[in-house]
Design a protein around this ligand. Structure first.
Ligand SMILES: [Zn+2]
Length: 271
């Protein structure tokens, strides 16, 4: 499988859950929002979906963009990452700025976008708020992709090269229609960084599971690509489904949190 995957990795790694998965995660978050946010964002669902992969496109024009899409935290701290600094400046002091930038700055990107969304709501810039929420959704989805929180992001350290695109694109595109995203009701997030670290900690143990699934699927597939994906799906399809649902739920909670922090402005009734 490695020969197939290495050539498609560069393209596929540009799409955290594949373009299709990102759209779905963004669109489904509406179900977790309370009224009146739910009605408003439901009317803007197409926009939420449309911009779900914009940050991936930004990478082509901005060399700095890529490192906002991941946090290879195990390059900096051992699991469960309890000593990982919440403050970016402190992280620079602890590990050196270059190491942090190489490992990625995804949680701080999410914090910044929650702040922007809060300001959009406060200023009643509803159109901007929908766009910001859509972009925020992209980063939240990336955070829930376990291979976005490890140095071994493409299985290159364990002989699983190509697993990144197999897991997030090949698997999701083949079996996504049958996946049911469980979206829970939005809850207020008191501490966005803490929310991010919880997502990192809950996703990280799946890295090893995904690598083992890839190895085993590769052995059973006997060179047959569809059989490989069927085996991969059997082993980690449910995990992918669960993480996508958690990403949708997390996005709903962060949108709700920004709205509460902006003192719950009433959305326009005629969007
Ligand atoms: Zn991304």
């Amino acid at each position: 499988m490695a020969a197939v995957c290495l050539c498609c990795f560069a393209a596929a790694s540009a799409f955290g859950w594949g373009g299709w998965g990102h759209e779905r995660i963004n669109g489904n978050c509406v179900r977790g929002l309370p009224s009146p946010l739910r009605e408003y964002f439901a009317s803007k669902k197409a926009v939420l979906r449309k911009h779900a992969s914009d940050p991936d496109a930004w990478k082509y024009d901005d060399a700095d963009e890529a490192h906002y899409h991941y946090l290879d935290i195990d390059a900096l701290e051992p699991y469960p990452f309890n000593d990982f600094p919440r403050d970016l400046e402190e992280a620079y002091e602890t590990y050196g700025e270059d190491r942090v930038k190489t490992a990625g700055e995804l949680p701080w990107r999410i914090e910044a976008y929650v702040q922007t969304l809060t300001e959009d709501f406060s200023d009643h810039r509803w159109k901007d708020a929908v766009f910001t929420a859509s972009v925020l959704g992209h980063y939240v989805a990336d955070l829930h992709q376990p291979l976005h929180v490890t140095e071994n992001h493409d299985g290159q350290l364990t002989g699983n090269e190509g697993i990144h695109s197999h897991f997030e694109s090949g698997l999701v595109e083949r079996y996504g229609d049958g996946m049911v995203l469980q979206v829970s009701s939005a809850v207020y997030v008191r501490d966005v960084f803490d929310f991010c670290m919880k997502a990192v900690r809950s996703g990280y143990p799946l890295v090893e599971e995904i690598m083992e699934a890839d190895t085993s699927a590769g052995q059973r597939a006997g060179g047959n690509e569809e059989r490989y994906y069927a085996e991969l799906h059997r082993a980690v399809g449910k995990a992918a489904e669960r993480r996508m649902g958690e990403a949708s739920s997390g996005l709903a909670s962060l949108i709700y949190t920004a709205w509460v922090n902006a003192k719950k402005p009433i959305p326009p009734t005629k969007p």
